[in-house]
Each structure stands twice: as structure tokens, then as C-alpha cells.
Design a protein around this ligand. Sequence first.
Ligand SMILES: [Zn+2]
Length: 209
Amino acid sequence: MHIELTEMLRCPVPHQDEFLVLSTGEMSGRMVLSGVVGCPVCHREYEIVNGVVDFRGRGTGHEGRVSGSGSTRPPSLAPRPVEAQTLQALLDLSGPGGFVVLLGAATRHAVGLAALMGGIHFIGVNPPADAEELPILSLLKTDTGIPLRQAMARGVVVGPDAAMAPWLAEAHRVLLRGRRYVLEHDAVALPEGVTRLAAAEGLVVGEKR
Ligand SMILES: [Zn+2]
């Protein structure tokens, strides 16, 4: 996880929003390879292992770890062969800076998009098993909601394996108003609050109202 992502994290347990506290272990440049992210509200702790922040289960706070396995996440599907240039155009991003959230199999687009859009950091949520974190890509695992603050993303891409509840609505929650929402599934409706702009080649693009 990129160290500057810390202030964008949010505890997935439903309670008031507070900044999470990072205790770093091993670092590689600006990337945190090992450490613990703690919640000051519910006191749960989420481990960073091999650079990936694991928000699954209930953490290891005072209520104890409820589950570290048994995730109900569906198996990842290979994304359709979407050109990075097509996605870049749909996301309509101008200028560097900020974060783009990639859900599920959409994490695979990070490298192609980063080559076209410098200075943007990508966040892969529930990435495919073979995804590796990179200086341009942080990886988060979760089984409840997206562990990111509201309205922090300049764009979201929802992979075909994530085109379901609660991820569709969660992707809307983390997106900034007026920014683009790309769904890699044309048989699933965009969530409430997203205006449909276009659909082509299995992709649907909308904008957050
Ligand atoms: Zn918490």
C-alpha cells in the first residue's frame, strides 16, 4: 500500500468515520510492505502482508478475529479485452494526481492505464489472486464494503466479477461527484445516483450526480 493512501482509508465496520492509524513495518520506497492499520473507534487492527491490506473478517481487535478465511468473494473472471486507451477516454481524466479505484478483475487494467495517465495512483479492491502491488497500485482485500472514505476517487472501474451488491453502490460512494463510473458488465444496471452516458463493447459508463 502506498503510504499516502493511509488518510483515504476507512474502517469497514459501520461506525463514525475516523482516520485510521498506520504502524509501518517494512517499507520499500513509499510503499508499506508490512504493518498494521488500526481503527481508533472500534480498535480493530488490519494487517498489511506483502503490501496488501487485509480488511476481511473483523480484524484482530478486542472482539477477536471472527474469520480470516471462508471469504464468499466469487472467483475472479478474466476481464474482456478492453483497450487501456478506451478506458482512459471513458474515465475522462485530465491532469495527474488523485486516486482511481479498480474493483475485482478491473485491477488488471492498472498497468495499462498508468502508462497513459502518469501521476495517478490506482487502488485495486479484491484483486485477482495473481495481482501484485506496484508503486502505482495499492491492493486492498475486504468482504463487507470498500475500506475507503466517501468521495475520494477520480474514477472507478467495476470489474465483471464485482458487478453485484454491495460493490456497485460502494463504488458510487467512494467516487467524487461529476466523475466517471465504468462498469464492465452491460447486463447489470448502474447504481442509484449514477447517470448513464454511454454503453459499448460490454462496457457501460456513467457519471456520479
Ligand atoms: Zn473501526
